[in-house]
Design a protein around this ligand. Structure first.
Ligand SMILES: [Zn+2]
Ligand SMILES: [Zn+2]
Ligand SMILES: [Zn+2]
Ligand SMILES: [Zn+2]
Length: 266
């Protein structure tokens, strides 16, 4: 107890810090002013069963947000409030539970043909979210990408000026390239896998193999638009073809055979 409170005790007045009782809401301090009529011998205190009039209403969403922020700051799981046992906002148990719930919900929406993000709009079987959600997502992504690009450009320049692979900065780059062999291989493999994945999905969902639209001309692997475009291209090709193309082809084949006789493969 500090000196001020000791002084107060002599006259039987206890000064209470309103912050201790009602947070930072100073409008309630008046409740704790000593009664003047009783010469300061009694502390007037109204007992109220209801919440005080000036109680600040906090939106539950905001309250939860604040609670989670506080938990996070103190190293507690933002879901269950127990100390976290891993690097992140959730404990391992809550993380697993959350992932399971999210997966189940997403599968439910997808099987019903509804966007799993907003839960409102219908989607095609080959899609994973609706147009609105995609637009929202890409908008957010664009913003982030702009920031990221600046950072990435500086990083690239730094490594390049040091004479290193501008992607990883660990090894010297391949001759005539800006990236090292490992980075090039990794990048190519990823791109190839992604292309194959997409085409496999189009094949199983019977989508157009050229644009991915979920339509196909009967007996073909293209949508009407792409099929028409392909026909037009074939026609144009036939029109512009050199009348001696068969001869040219035969000559080229002969040249190739002669080459491989001279330099056999393997
Ligand atoms: Zn937890
Ligand atoms: Zn949506
Ligand atoms: Zn590299
Ligand atoms: Zn198409």
């Amino acid at each position: 107890m500090d000196n001020e409170n000791k002084e107060a005790k002599k006259t039987n007045i206890i000064k209470l810090n309103p912050d201790e009782i009602y947070g930072n809401d100073n409008s309630l301090a008046d409740e704790f002013v000593p009664d003047e009529e009783s010469n300061g011998t009694k502390r007037k205190r109204k007992r109220k069963k209801k919440a005080p009039e000036n109680t600040v209403y906090i939106d539950p969403k905001v309250r939860i947000k604040r609670m989670r922020a506080a938990r996070r700051k103190n190293g507690l799981c933002t879901y269950c409030g127990k100390p976290v046992d891993r690097d992140g906002a959730l404990c391992a148990a809550c993380l697993a539970k959350n992932a399971e719930q999210t997966k189940a919900r997403t599968e439910m929406y997808l099987s019903a043909g509804v966007c799993p993000i907003c839960g409102k709009n219908d989607i095609f079987p080959h899609e994973k979210s609706c147009k609105e959600c995609k637009a929202k997502f890409s908008m957010r992504l664009d913003k982030r990408m702009d920031q990221f690009k600046v950072y990435q450009r500086e990083r690239y320049r730094k490594f390049e000026s040091m004479g290193l692979c501008s992607r990883c900065g660990k090894r010297p780059p391949e001759e005539g390239k800006k990236w090292c062999r490992q980075c090039l291989d990794r990048h190519n493999k990823k791109a190839r896998n992604r292309r194959e994945d997409v085409r496999a999905r189009w094949a199983t969902d019977l989508c157009c193999m050229r644009c991915g639209k979920p339509e196909r001309v009967e007996g073909k692997k293209l949508c009407p638009d792409c099929y028409r475009a392909a026909l037009a291209a074939a026609k144009k090709c036939a029109e512009n073809r050199n009348p001696d193309f068969k001869k040219a082809w035969a000559e080229s084949n002969m040249r190739m055979r002669a080459h491989y006789r001279k330099f056999p493969r393997n």
